[in-house]
Design a protein. Structure first.
Lengths: 360, 360
DNA sequence: CTGAAAGCGCTTACAG
DNA sequence: CTGAAAGCGCTTACAG
């Protein structure tokens, strides 16, 4: 009934009538063991339902079979998608996954890394994007140096400013720029952006790329048409409502994340605005559901599962001395029905219902 | 650069000029340690960036700080939601989460449990529903007995036939029955069901509950109006298309999972059928997005995150001798626009477009 | 309160 | 090929 009832290697050895060294070798297949002894050991292990104590193995071997994965929130479809790829890859390589959700708290990210270092994981995957925060970067850099010293590999998804780790980089900047050009191509000149917390590098990059491409076409977004919100469905809903409250002058709104776009779509509907009739709407990521919305959302598609597999692959490759490896993953602009040419009719017609109505 | 450069407790002890026993006690706060010595140890640990080797601790203490979580697929919104709750709870209790995705392979579920037993986790959470498979149940029962013998707690979400483990039971049967009654209340008498793989207990329960309630009203579903598909968006799309191909005679379709309903909604649209004009559609789970679809989906809401927290809480409570604990979580019928009274017009008008058109 | 020592369950040079 | 022994890094009775 208690912990001491565990079957140990010694039990197996005794049962098989050999030394624990031989039992270990037979079980691991590391060294040649006389066939009949091996058989006896295997049979004994089977009979006793022996499972090696992973901690003892890790201690004796000075290495474990685990990798650590840190994301912002597994229940967010973006991370759920990446995590799916990571889990597949882990299963293929017989690795255990220790998962940590930071809920976007930089301090928690730091403490997870140190915890995983304590677990002596083979590698740590940082799948959330970095934070634009000097102090945090410094602390993280120190922590990662300790990991490196311990032989723990590090690989990241997205840009982690000042960390120089091997990374899979979704082309947030270029993707947003390409999206902007596509929207310009539809005839839009007045844009608004729903953006996330500016400490998150992904947010910065997408906004920068979008504005850059617009600037090349001589188009500028009015400051009051850039609204910040939480990276969530409700955050998008609130941000879009805020935009409407400020007076929506744009013909096209870019939500820097699909999940925000989902909320924005609902908000526009709640305010009596049709998409794309009154306003076009585009997102980023191509999470599973956006193609099934009405209208389906224009977005920049990222191969989330593949990103997960690739960051794992990167982490499993031995470190290269000196500089860090970077793999870029392009985003693909997917034009769907949520964006169309801007309506030719006068502004008045696009004005929202009075704000006294309750949004959903 | 290599694994041997780890800072150990001995290094800290030496640096602080005390024995490793004292260093250990100071760090853990288990026993009174003279204040000045404690200070010196803490300072030394800080200076050396010491992180205890979790494996050595687990070995010496004969217990670890980890819990194992096994689900079918983290990237599925249902499990993503539950996992979110589990992660929160884990963070609150300072537990590490080892996560395994089985991709609905019973063998993999078994091997994960044994692997986690090897990790000597405190508890294992089975968040996927069980399999209706005798052989598997037998093997799992043995495996769980070994866990129990090792002091590893087990808790599950959903019904695991023949396993008698502490469980959080979403009321699949009652929820589906309540949904059926609500749909009957709208005036429907002709139903179809899109169901999942019948080895999954959740599938069995939802279908049974739905049919049961219909039977009480004297309504029966024609066998050819029950279509099986994969538990995924595309599985739902294919199942709905198959239903249309067979000749959709129902005025209302129940998809046993929201994720299937999402696919079904798209399929109906692709076939030129409007929801709920031509056919009403309902799902189950209330995953985040279904309220934002057009039309928003009627469903049975399950508090996914809370289910996650509760299964963790259950696992953390000590085992009760003898019988297993069961916590029921009711589902709430949420009527949305995807279901309405059946159209009064003749069948002809609801007939689909010819099947030669390509579905999306 | 503190330290020397044994022990947790494995692996792996080191001798045979 | 096999076994006795040391060692992985910690914790914890056991004596002081």
């Amino acid at each position: 009934m208690d912990k001491w009832s565990q079957v140990t290697l010694n039990d197996v050895a005794r049962e098989a009538g050999v030394s624990s060294a031989t039992a270990s070798r037979a079980l691991n297949g590391t060294t040649r063991v006389r066939a009949d002894l091996r058989e006896r050991v295997l049979a004994a292990a089977e009979r006793l339902a022996y499972t090696p104590n992973a901690h003892a193995q890790a201690l004796a071997r000075a290495s474990s079979q685990a990798v650590g994965v840190i994301c912002h929130d597994v229940s967010d479809p973006y991370f759920a998608g990446i995590s799916g790829g990571v889990m597949r890859a882990a299963a293929e390589h017989d690795l255990h996954v220790i998962m940590g959700s930071t809920f976007r708290d930089p301090a928690r990210e730091l403490s997870y890394v140190s915890m995983m270092r304590g677990q002596r994981v083979r590698a740590i995957l940082l799948t959330g994007s970095g934070f634009e925060d000097r102090a945090w970067q410094g602390a993280m850099r120190e922590e990662l140096a300790r990991c490196a010293a311990a032989g723990t590999r590090i690989a990241a998804v997205s840009r982690h400013h000042g960390l120089r780790v091997d990374s899979v980089l979704p082309e947030n900047r270029a993707g947003a720029a390409a999206l902007a050009r596509a929207l310009l191509g539809l005839g839009h000149r007045d844009f608004a952006v729903l953006t996330g917390p500016p400490v998150i590098t992904t947010v910065v990059d997408r906004l920068a790329g979008f504005q850059e491409a617009l600037a090349e076409a001589g188009v500028r977004i009015a400051p009051d048409q850039i609204v910040e919100g939480a990276f969530s469905r409700d955050g998008g809903h609130r941000a879009a409502s805020e935009l409407v409250a400020r007076g929506l002058r744009a013909t096209c709104v870019f939500a820097s994340t699909d999940i925000m776009a989902v909320g924005a779509l609902a908000a526009f509907r709640d305010h009596g605005l049709t998409v794309p009739g009154d306003v076009s709407l585009a997102g980023f990521d191509d999470i599973p559901v956006v193609g099934d919305l009405t209208p389906p959302l224009t977005t920049v598609a990222l191969p989330l599962e593949e990103i997960g597999r690739r960051v794992m692959a990167l982490a499993l490759r031995p470190a290269t001395a000196g500089r860090s490896r970077v793999e870029r993953v392009p985003g693909t602009v997917v034009l769907r029905a949520s964006t169309s040419a801007p309506a030719a009719r006068p502004r008045r017609e696009r004005s929202p219902r009075p704000l006294t109505e309750t949004p959903g």
